[in-house]
Design a protein around this ligand. Structure first.
Ligand SMILES: NC(=O)c1ccc[n+]([C@@H]2O[C@H](COP(=O)([O-])OP(=O)(O)OC[C@H]3O[C@@H](n4cnc5c(N)ncnc54)[C@H](OP(=O)(O)O)[C@@H]3O)[C@@H](O)[C@H]2O)c1
Length: 330
């Protein structure tokens, strides 16, 4: 079969589309991959001295959607449409950038009603993470009448989907982006206002910024997350999932003990199966399909994956890059 293989070298990893022996895959369920997508983590796997990849050579791809070919546990039927993401997919186990994949049966999520395989991978891990963030935020009582909700890294996968989910649900969404030319895109997804990366808080020399945000969905981390904590309103909530702006968080306890704000951690990797299935079911209903389609930046075959991984690594992508694993390429 054809697969995009990442090999860790002394200096920088190599990434190439090549023939791969399908019989060397391990796992109970064999899946014919229909669609995959590129996530920020896929780009991290290709960076020098990364601490993400846990095998080499490795077929990349932290998520996939396809049809079951065989299942040695007998719990799935041939032809069942399924989604797989998280766990060790694309980091410790061979992933979705291939024509076939093998995974443990417990990793497999049935495709929810109302969602196609293609749509599930427009969302992929990023869209799933946005949905998980939305659910956690609203579970703490944040509603459309609470006030403005900030979304950071708004033009990326998590950010675009979060803007769309919140906007469609009637929230007052403020999208923060480093791409000034993507304002029209973010407004079309459902943002009420678009601001720059530096405009999240004010008065950086003071202990607090102005109370602005009732809630936030943050996938940037680092100094951005600190800025959000300083500028959440009393009782505000931020759901934090990412680190595109840095993994170090330097902040103070004041937002927590003076303004009673909450910092919620979002993990899509080790989440238990029952929660994972419930989130996909909710996503299928909550996400308008026409808006989901407008999040696609590019639709490519496996051949173009190596060059597109570079773009993702540099934060240059708007929305999602969808991979058609069945695309005929010469
Ligand atoms: N916790 C989990 O389980 C989980 C699951 C999925 C993703 N994640 C993480 O969430 C983050 C976003 O993932 P994604 O798939 O949405 O990535 P993505 O599509 O590549 O988007 C990332 C966005 O972050 C912004 N950005 C890039 N570099 C930045 C910088 N130096 N400073 C500030 N903002 C920067 C850019 O948006 P703008 O130009 O619009 O600002 C970029 O489009 C990643 O760190 C990823 O690892 C975590």
């Amino acid at each position: 079969m054809r697969a995009v293989v990442v090999t860790q070298n002394e200096d920088s990893p190599s990434v190439a589309l090549q023939e791969f022996d399908q019989t060397s895959l391990e796992g109970e369920v064999l899946i014919a991959v229909a669609w995959s997508t590129i996530n920020f983590k896929d780009a991290m796997v290709t960076q020098a001295r990364n601490r993400v990849a846990r095998r080499s050579p490795l077929i990349g791809g932290v998520d996939l959607a396809g049809r079951v070919v065989s299942d040695s546990t007998g719990s799935l039927n041939v032809g069942d449409e399924v989604i797989v993401h998280g766990h060790g997919l694309g980091v410790a186990n061979h992933g979705g950038f291939a024509e076939f994949a093998r995974v443990p049966a417990e990793w497999v999520v049935p495709l929810p009603d109302g969602l196609s395989l293609r749509e599930s991978m427009i969302a992929g891990t990023a869209g799933f993470t946005a949905m998980a963030s939305f659910i956690r935020l609203t579970s703490l009582g944040i509603t459309p009448s609470s006030g403005p909700i900030l979304v950071t890294g708004a033009s990326g996968g998590v950010g675009s989907t979060a803007v769309a989910l919140l906007g469609h649900a009637g929230f007052d969404v403020v999208a923060s982006t480093g791409k000034s030319d993507e304002s029209a895109y973010l407004l079309s997804l459902g943002a009420r206002e678009v601001i720059g990366r530096e405009d999240i808080d004010d008065a950086p020399q003071k202990t607090f910024g102005t109370e602005r945000w009732a809630g936030a969905i943050d996938c940037v981390g680092g100094a951005t997350l600190h800025s959000i904590l300083r500028s959440l309103r009393y009782g505000g909530v931020v759901a934090a999932s990412g680190l595109t702006g840095g993994s170090q968080l330097e902040t103070t306890v004041y937002p927590f003990i003076v303004r009673g704000v909450s910092l919620l951690g979002i993990d899509a990797v080790e989440m238990p199966s029952d929660q994972r299935r419930a989130i996909w079911e909710t996503f299928s209903v909550a996400m308008p399909k026409d808006i989901l389609d407008s999040i696609v930046d590019l639709e490519i075959g496996l051949r173009e994956v190596p060059s597109q991984l570079e773009r993702v690594a540099h934060g240059a992508v708007r929305g999602r890059i969808l991979i058609d694993a069945t695309k005929d390429e010469v």
